[in-house]
Design a protein around this ligand. Structure first.
Ligand SMILES: Nc1ncnc2c1ncn2[C@@H]1O[C@H](COP(=O)(O)OP(=O)(O)OP(=O)(O)O)[C@@H](O)[C@H]1O
Length: 748
């Protein structure tokens, strides 16, 4: 039987076949020839794109289809087999197959799907006439043409598009030669324009290639991902399952264990790690490893399918454990990995996060003498690699000066070492022994009244980085939900990110924030803002984030390091500003001093506010912005209160209907206001705001629009001007159309 129409596979349904269309030719023997019979998971499934509004509703996110599949039953074994009939030249341009040696029936499109899944905008088509880096490269002996697949894997809005091969010349990568990497990997590094290894890469790669276990510390944005990614890829290229030089999986994929399992504390970081590794494979065509990303928020069935075919598994512990514990064959298969990587290890190992990781480590380390395939002690057969920018317990102090967790140990690595089993004592590498933060980062503290943080936040954005890509951190989901519409009402480009958003919306926010300067900054000169909880604090590598604002103070010094590390990456300049109420200033200075203190043998650092400068904002300017922020806040509150009360009412109506009780909306409104106890005032306010009529809110909006269209009188005094703190040209320039505040303090 041949399926020529698309065969749809909902994420949770078994495969159903369709008949060949009437009048359609059965596949010719020629078509069949050379096309291998493969397992269902090795077929090149394509994700069905859904309309934007659907998000991942009701499990439809992850729906996949396939066409031109022949399904046959082996008469001898009774086994159902699959053969994909579409020859490579008939593949759609969106799904090109490797060009050489005909179609490889063993290929899958895991990595492509990962990229697609994370990409709201359509993927960039490969550029016509793209140069042939392999032919030009002096390092590559092979004259193979790069496949369209490898070009596509670098396209799309994944943060790596700036790395795409868009030059006529390969970069000189001779600085990598001492690391003795393969020509494939060197070719990829050339394509990525990574001319030389970063210090952590220089220090970590040789040892890992020699088989060491390793704990690697280096400041944020210093290239830790490739420090472990390169040796993993080298191992895969040397030992992977290749037939005639092509990556191949047998029908029973479980026979080929994956090379590496990489664990990350957040979903965004896991997806980013996959893309980063994908980019590293840009020069590798037929031996391309399958990278499976396993995180919460996406259909588990689809991830299970991807897992079965994976060479490198990247995941968050929660979802990975969910899949592992429900699938019998997976555990012995994963036990055979050659590399176990814990990225952001100090976070993964903190209490609360550790439970599922502990389960995973337990089963991965378990000895099994009854299984021939699995080494009786799997720990001995694998390398364990651990990375972070912060390992020191001294950074785990709260503002109050107490340790946040019970990891108080004389030796900072002790807690780690006690929780993880290594085959041999790991080597500890510290690529930034005297600093936790990138040297190109400037840190500021801006003091304001606790109730005026919104106003100061707005003033800060307008006065200091109106055109920048800015990341604002808040400590609660509620604060993110409140700040996003507040800033949007002030005509700023703002997106939100927190753990209660559907995964697809989370990805979209990061993509839009990342793509922002192409979309709007060029045209409107507006900046681009992401308001996030600490889900964005670790590992996210968004290009050109110029400023980080801590709207709420970080809970510990290491959180400060990771949040601030979203800017000033790869030696670029960046600023980090802490918005602080007067009573918080002292504790904050103490906390940041821990970060800046010289670290020697991980002693408790001396209190030292070196590195943290005070940022003053002219209070008379702030006062002039107050009317705008008051209106923006009132509009945001009214709209959110309306939404909340509609949701609550809906919920109560449904519950009443289910109980067969009568529901009176007026009675509900009356009683809701008289509830006593905590939150009564807030509920009262919400009710009041929810009752605002459309006309009243409309009037506020009109008033705010009027204010935003007028320039703010900066009231610059002669003294201020002569002091050189104000950009006079900007002051005299016509407004940007948005009625923005003019003037900018240089030197931040
Ligand atoms: N050798 C190199 N040359 C130039 N750029 C590089 C090199 N290695 C990595 N990069 C780039 O540097 C950026 C930061 O790398 P990466 O995300 O691995 O940093 P990190 O140390 O893991 O940061 P964090 O601690 O915040 O997770 C990425 O955009 C990556 O592509």
């Amino acid at each position: 039987m041949t399926v020529t129409e698309p065969l749809l596979r909902p994420a949770h349904d078994p495969v159903r076949s369709k008949k060949r269309k009437r009048g359609e030719e059965p596949p010719s023997p020629k078509q069949r020839k050379g096309q291998k019979v493969v397992g269902i998971n090795a077929l090149p499934w394509n994700e069905v794109s859904l309309p934007e509004g659907l998000d991942d509703a009701e499990g439809f996110f992850g729906l996949e289809e396939i066409s031109d599949v022949e399904i046959a039953r082996d008469e001898r074994t009774g086994r159902v087999e699959y053969r994909h009939l579409k020859p490579p030249d008939a593949e759609s341009p969106d799904d090109p197959a490797p060009e050489e040696n005909g179609w490889n029936g063993c290929e899958d499109s895991e990595s492509k799907e990962d990229t697609k899944e994370d990409t709201a905008s359509p993927p960039t088509q490969p550029k016509p006439g793209l140069p042939e880096p392999l032919q030009k490269s002096s390092l590559n002996k092979s004259k193979r043409k790069p496949s369209l697949k490898s070009q596509r894997q670098l396209s799309g809005s994944n943060g790596f598009e700036h790395l795409r091969d868009d030059t006529d010349q390969d970069d000189d990568v001779s600085a990598w030669h001492s690391l003795e990497l393969s020509s494939e990997v060197l070719g990829s590094l050339a394509k990525l324009h990574f001319k030389e290894p970063t210090p952590i890469q220089n220090m970590a790669i040789p040892g890992i290639l020699q088989g060491q276990n390793l704990i690697g510390k280096a400041s944020t944005g210093s290239g830790k991902t490739l420090a472990f990614g390169i040796p993993i890829l080298e191992h895969f290229l040397e030992h992977g399952n290749f037939v005639d030089g092509q990556r191949c999986k047998s029908i029973d994929e479980r026979e080929d264990p994956p090379t590496a399992l990489i664990l990350s504390p957040t979903r965004e970081l896991a997806h980013q790690l996959s893309k980063h590794l994908d980019a590293l494979c840009s020069n590798i065509t037929l031996k391309y490893p399958h990278i499976a990303t396993v995180t919460g928020g996406l259909a588990p069935q689809k991830q299970q399918r991807k897992l079965a075919n994976a060479d490198i598994v990247v995941g968050t512990p929660g979802r990975l454990w969910e899949i592992m514990s429900s699938s019998k064959g997976l555990i012995p298969w994963l036990r055979q990995i050659k590399f176990l990587v814990l990225d952001e290890a100090d976070r993964l190992l903190t209490e609360g996060h550790f439970k599922e990781l502990e389960e995973i480590l337990d089963v991965l380390n378990k000895t099994d003498v009854n299984n021939d395939q699995i080494p009786s002690n799997p720990v001995l057969d694998r390398q364990t690699l651990i990375f972070s920018a912060t390992f020191s317990p001294s950074l785990n102090y709260k503002l109050s000066g107490h340790l946040k967790t019970s990891t108080a140990a004389s030796n900072s690595l002790e807690p780690l070492l006690s929780r993880i089993k290594f085959s041999t004592t790991p080597t500890f590498i510290d690529a930034s022994p005297s600093s936790h933060l990138p040297t190109s980062l400037k840190s500021y503290l801006c003091s304001c009244h606790a109730l005026e943080k919104d106003l100061y936040l707005y003033a800060l954005i307008l006065t200091h980085f109106p055109h920048a890509r800015t990341l604002i951190f808040a400590n609660s989901i509620h604060a993110v939900r409140r700040l996003v519409p507040f800033l949007q009402n002030l005509d700023l480009h703002v997106y939100g990110l927190h753990g209660q958003m559907p995964q697809k919306a989370r990805m979209r926010s990061v993509e839009r924030f990342t793509a922002g300067d192409q979309q709007n900054t060029k045209n409107t000169k507006k900046g681009n803002i992401l308001v996030a909880t600490d889900v964005a604090a670790r590992g996210l590598d968004i290009p050109s984030v110029q400023a980080v604002v801590h709207y709420h103070l970080p809970d510990a010094a290491n959180t400060y390091v990771h949040r601030s590390g979203r800017t000033a990456r790869k030696g670029n300049a960046g600023i980090s500003v802490l918005l602080c109420a007067p009573n918080e200033v002292q504790g904050t200075r103490r906390l940041v001093a821990k970060v800046y203190a010289q670290i020697k043998n991980d002693q408790a650092p001396a209190v030292d506010d070196k590195g943290l400068q005070t940022l003053e904002i002219d209070r008379s300017l702030v006062a002039r912005l107050k009317q705008r922020t008051t209106l923006a806040k009132k509009i945001a509150d009214a709209e959110s209160a309306k939404q909340t009360s509609a949701q609550e009412e809906n919920w109560i109506r449904t519950a009443a209907e289910e109980l067969g009780a009568e529901y009176d909306s007026e009675e509900f409104a009356a009683t809701a206001g008289v509830k006593k106890g905590k939150g009564k005032k807030r509920r009262g306010n919400e009710q009041r705001m929810g009752k605002m009529s459309k006309a009243e809110v409309g009037a506020w909006k009109a008033e705010l629009k009027g204010l935003l269209s007028r320039r703010v009188n900066v009231g610059v005094s002669e003294r201020y001007l002569s002091a050189g703190g104000i950009d006079v040209e900007a002051l005299l320039e016509e407004g940007d159309g948005g009625g923005e505040f003019l003037g900018r303090v240089e030197g931040l």
